[in-house]
Every structure is written in structure tokens, then in C-alpha cells.
Design a binder for this molecule. Structure first.
Ligand code: DGL
Length: 266
């Protein structure tokens, strides 16, 4: 029996899902959250499906031990595996990242839309399929950005490496004339300003985290599981490098009231 005041689990391969945790905390400040970032094994983007399925299975088992009432997969690479295929025997529901198809189509005038994501996510074709399913006339320009996650996990904020990678990945999108770009990897909001600067002010850069938080709230609402008197406590766990995780988390939101822990999954 799931408990209304139980925590909501939020997971990612590393620090990226903190960008989603930020929106979840803003939308549902009275809920308790447990974040789990697998910083010991990040990035997931270049790995095989077998490996990432095993890793997400271990994270979901961890959340089972924490009696979470819902798990948000704050990772597009894991979401494109198919959230339904991850549920197994877990009692809690699982919410994946929004593909943001409606958001980008509403935001675009010329229906030419860029997608930045990991190789795994781009190879799945999931975002292109979701956008063209809603509007078959839309042109989608997907671009895998394998340099971003290691640079963000490595705290290379403001570096020339990030600026160069952003400029490199922007080339095909600019050539195609996109007017909207979706950040379909939860790490990328950490460098949203650099991406916006490179794309110019005629291009809208969209982060689907807020929509994902709304989706999670709706699932809890429908299940009658929105908390009535939880304490609004956030616990942030990493599988390695706690101090680094804490520094990066503090770029996203105020961490003074958060509890930080190292967790072992293997
Ligand atoms: N943050 C993740 C995503 O949204 C995964 C990044 C990675 O581990 O490659 O796809």
C-alpha cells in the first residue's frame, strides 16, 4: 500500500536530473524527495541498452527500499527505453521525461525544430517520432551531443571546451534554420545560457523539465497520492563524488536544507 507522505524518487545517470528536481520542488514544495544520481557510472549515453537497463533496474530497486510512492526518471536516455518496460513488479508508478512535442510545436513558427540529446536518445528516434506524429509537416533536426555530459559532470562551466562544443553542435541546426530547440538531455539546462547565446535570440530553447514535473503531479493527483503533510525534505544521493555533486547541485538551487548521502548500488 503506497503512502501519501512517502518520498518521490528522482533518478538520473548523474547530476543532470537535478534540473528536473528543481522544477519538482518548485511545483510541489511540501513533498519529500530522494534524488539518486549514478555519478560512479555516468555517462549512460554512449552505453549499450543492456547496461543501462541493468543500471536503472538497480536504481529502482534502491527506491523500493526507500518506499517511494512514485519514481521520476529524470533522464531522457532511460526514458526512451520505454517507461512501461521498466516498471516490473514495483508498486510505485514511474514517470519519464516529457518529449515536449506539443511544447516545441506550439513554440515554433516555421515548424523546423532542433533536438539536442545523447547518442542513445538520438539513435532511438523517439523525439523525432513524437513531434512528427503530432505534425507530419514538421522538420526535425536531431543532433547527438556526446561532449556535453562529461564537460558538465566535470564542472567545466564557462570553459572554452563548452563554448566550442556548443558551436560545433549548433552548426547543422543553424544550417537547417531551426527556430526552436529542445534540450532532450537533463544535463543540458546547466549550459542553457551558452546554448541560447550560440543559437541567437530568434531561436527558442525549450527545457521539458517543467512539463515533466506537471506530468508527475498529475499522476500523483490521479492516484490520490499527493501529500497532505509531508515535511518538504530533499535527500540527494550520489554513487560517487559527493562533494562534486553538491557543488553542481548548488548551481541549480539552494541546497542548505538538503541532506547529501553516498549510496552504493553494486
Ligand atoms: N541526463 C541524461 C539524459 O537526460 C543522461 C546523460 C548521460 O548519462 O549520458 O539523457
Amino acid at each position: 500500500m503506497l503512502n501519501k507522505n512517502a518520498p518521490i524518487g528522482v533518478l538520473d545517470s548523474g547530476v543532470g536530473g537535478l534540473s528536473v528536481l528543481k522544477c519538482l520542488r518548485e511545483l510541489m514544495p511540501h513533498e519529500n524527495f530522494i534524488y539518486l544520481g549514478d555519478t560512479a557510472r555516468t555517462p549512460y549515453g554512449p552505453r549499450s541498452e543492456k547496461e543501462v537497463r541493468q543500471f536503472v533496474g538497480e536504481m529502482l530497486d534502491y527506491f523500493e527500499t526507500q518506499s517511494t510512492k512514485l519514481v521520476v526518471i529524470a533522464c531522457n536516455t532511460l526514458t526512451v527505453l520505454g517507461v512501461d518496460t521498466l516498471k516490473g513488479n514495483h508498486e510505485f508508478d514511474i514517470v519519464g521525461m516529457s518529449k515536449g512535442a506539443r511544447l516545441v510545436l506550439n513554440g515554433s513558427n516555421n515548424k523546423t525544430i532542433g533536438v539536442f540529446a545523447t547518442e542513445f536518445t538520438i539513435n532511438s528516434g523517439a523525439h523525432k517520432a513524437a513531434i512528427t506524429a503530432l505534425d507530419s509537416t514538421a522538420t526535425v533536426v536531431p543532433k547527438a551531443c556526446p561532449k556535453f555530459v562529461p564537460l558538465i559532470e566535470g564542472e567545466r562551466f564557462g570553459s572554452t571546451e563548452i563554448a566550442a562544443a556548443v558551436a560545433e553542435y549548433a552548426v547543422p541546426l543553424k544550417a537547417a534554420g531551426v527556430d526552436t530547440l529542445i534540450l532532450s538531455c537533463t544535463h543540458y539546462p546547466f549550459i542553457k545560457k551558452e546554448i541560447e547565446r550560440e543559437m541567437g535570440d530568434k531561436v527558442k530553447v525549450i527545457d521539458p523539465a517543467e512539463q515533466t514535473a506537471l506530468d508527475a503531479q498529475m499522476v500523483l493527483h490521479k492516484a490520490g497520492l499527493l501529500s497532505e503533510n509531508a515535511a518538504g525534505q530533499t535527500t540527494i544521493c550520489f554513487t560517487a563524488d559527493l562533494a562534486r555533486g553538491k557543488r553542481i547541485a548548488s548551481r541549480m538551487f539552494e541546497v542548505a536544507s538538503c541532506d547529501f548521502r553516498t549510496v552504493s548500488l553494486e
